[in-house]
Ligand binder design. Sequence first.
Ligand SMILES: NC(=O)c1ccc[n+]([C@@H]2O[C@H](COP(=O)([O-])OP(=O)(O)OC[C@H]3O[C@@H](n4cnc5c(N)ncnc54)[C@H](OP(=O)(O)O)[C@@H]3O)[C@@H](O)[C@H]2O)c1
Length: 279
Amino acid sequence: MNDSADARLPRRRFLELSAAAALAATSRTVLAAADTADSAGKAVPKTVCVLGASGEVGNAIVRALLDAGHRAVAVSRSVDKLAQIRATYRGTNRIETLQGDVGSDELAEVLRDSTVSRFGKPDAVVASLSAHEADVPMRILDTSTERLRRAFDTNFFTHVTAARALIPALAPGGVYVGINGGLADFVIPNRGQLSMTQSALRTLYAVLAQEAQDEKAQGLKAQVRLLGLYGLVATEEQRRQPNDGQIPDTQVGARVAQIIAQPQAFPGPVLALKAKRYS
Ligand SMILES: NC(=O)c1ccc[n+]([C@@H]2O[C@H](COP(=O)([O-])OP(=O)(O)OC[C@H]3O[C@@H](n4cnc5c(N)ncnc54)[C@H](OP(=O)(O)O)[C@@H]3O)[C@@H](O)[C@H]2O)c1
């Protein structure tokens, strides 16, 4: 995350409120954060492409995948962020970086082609995508339709675009994991746009899971999951002050590695990882 400390406070407060409201959410497949076993991802090494690798959640996922012995292909639009990722993981030769954008079908197809030509068909793709522009107070009745549409562009349509390009490019039986928040079943004042995009994401991934297995998928048999995170995702620094409303980023990364290693153990397609306080 690259937002300023001033901007982060309201966002984190908002996420705490979100997690509290999650208590009232419709029951889904829920796997408490405390259940995470960090060894389950250490199976057969795979090539995993991570969209949003420069982000708070994506970075934790890259780290967990490397820890589990996989080759991680970190994707970012920014060459500077990719250089930072390479510097962070310079101790391993299993980190790869790739500049890419899923802001349009054309750009996503470029990303798909360069992924496959450089690394072969990935065994898994993780889409941990969002934009800070969409995570600001927005009262819908005072917001232009165009502004709301932009929130869908960054937080929903990036997932559509990425999935259209990359699910068909997966190795047979590959795994595609999207990351979501926990706001689909309720609304927080002035953050309705996030409930809407997250709710739409849940339906999108249910559809993708079905279509990835249908007759037109031509034997691809990809496994599609959406992991909703209920609570703040705490980085190493934030973990120093224990807070049961947070999910340690290490648990998020470990859970994604487990899903990739054993998708059948997480049938979904909609999954949740909740902070202890909200489990
Ligand atoms: N952080 C939390 O506490 C928290 C809590 C609950 C749920 N979540 C969920 O976790 C997910 C990720 O959140 P985050 O906090 O990690 O966000 P973040 O730090 O803002 O990272 C988002 C990532 O999305 C990438 N991205 C955005 N648009 C893109 C595009 N057109 N093409 C390629 N990449 C694009 C950005 O990559 P580049 O800028 O490098 O290209 C960035 O790395 C979201 O679904 C969020 O709802 C987060």
